[in-house]
Design a protein around this ligand. Structure first.
Ligand SMILES: [Fe+2]
Length: 328
């Protein structure tokens, strides 16, 4: 089975479109998602894209779908039309920071086999139900720009997407395990606290030093800086990954591949789709094939100028749109 793993889309529609377009290299089923992206608006409910997904699909329906809303995933399970054995996993923080929360959620909810909550997803859901004092305390936990974007997103969110986030929040499922694979938004240890994996020490404390993760291949996001750690006999090897942009135009995708075998203990911090912070603005995602036992990370250029222009037109703070092109 191949797992296509996204994280931290942060309502960046153009970056998500570029990633889904790039995924067509591997799997044509994402084509429907891309066409939905250009059509989605407040009154448009995208056509569900039938997908396989097995256990992961049921988890997504359980976690995320509002009552009575069939979102395509279940339909493919009932019909038994398993054309492929691929799964699309969203590790969370689908919204926040950028101006297309509804479009991005309308693209991803029908096509993902598993969606986990990120901190921004949960905070926006909480803001809807919080008193003014609770909302002030909640915003105080974030920097000025992040707090601004939480409020902006709350105001922009369509009722159907509030329903989706509320369901995600109420489910309180922060970690998903399937066989030897693990998915979480942030730290595998205390996943509801969402500690950052920001180096070898954090990787050790929040994953490798815990016996229950022996032989586990874990995929997390949250920090927007791609990293890879592997337990070897002499210790934990790995760290931050460097993706060098092509020196000549036109720029194209960048790809890195590693063998990752069943039985190994591995922590993968996948790149952010919508707001990379490793100095390269390219959107990113990961693919893991558990039959070939190969991990791929890809970085994909997108039209960041369009995203910045949209944010400026909506009076987003300059710090929020200014950093996008620098990948910080
Ligand atoms: Fe996050």
């Amino acid at each position: 089975m191949r797992y296509f793993i996204l994280s931290d889309v942060h309502a960046n529609r153009e970056a998500l479109q570029a990633v889904l377009e790039d995924m067509k290299l591997f799997q044509p089923r994402f084509r429907g998602s891309v066409s939905n992206a250009s059509l989605a608006h407040e009154d448009h409910e995208p056509t569900p894209c039938p997908l396989p997904g097995g256990e992961l699909a049921s988890a997504h329906r359980l976690d995320s779908s509002p009552p009575g809303r069939g979102e395509g995933v279940g339909e493919s399970m009932e019909s038994g039309s398993r054309a492929t054995a691929d799964a699309l996993v969203n590790l969370g923080d689908t919204i926040g920071y950028m101006p297309h929360p509804n479009e991005v959620m309308d693209i991803l909810w029908p096509v993902c086999d598993l969606i986990l909550p990120g901190n921004h997803d949960l905070e926006v859901a909480h803001l809807f139900h919080a008193s003014e004092q609770e909302a002030r305390l909640l915003r105080a936990r974030y920097n000025e720009q992040a707090a601004w974007s939480l409020e902006w997103t709350k105001r922009a969110l369509a009722p159907r997407n509030l329903d989706r986030l509320t369901a995600l929040s109420q489910r309180q499922r922060f970690l998903f395990r399937k066989d030897h694979l693990l998915f979480a938004h942030a730290s595998p240890v205390l996943p509801e606290r969402m500690y950052y994996i920001d180096g070898t020490m954090a990787a050790r404390e929040l994953f490798f030093s815990h016996q229950q993760f022996d032989g586990t291949i874990a995929f997390v996001g949250h920090i927007h800086v791609p990293q890879l750690y592997i337990r070897e006999p002499k210790g934990i090897l790995g760290g931050r990954l460097r993706f060098e942009p092509p020196k000549v135009a036109p720029s194209g995708p960048i790809e890195k591949r590693w063998p990752v075998k069943k039985g190994e203990t591995v922590l993968v911090v996948v790149p952010s789709v919508g707001q990379p912070r490793d100095g390269l603005y390219y959107a990113g995602y990961a693919v893991y094939d558990d039959s070939t036992e190969e991990l791929i990370m890809r970085r994909v250029p997108y039209d960041v100028i369009v995203t910045q222009s949209e944010m400026r037109a909506l009076d987003f703070p300059p710090k929020l749109w200014g950093r996008l092109a620098r990948g910080i």
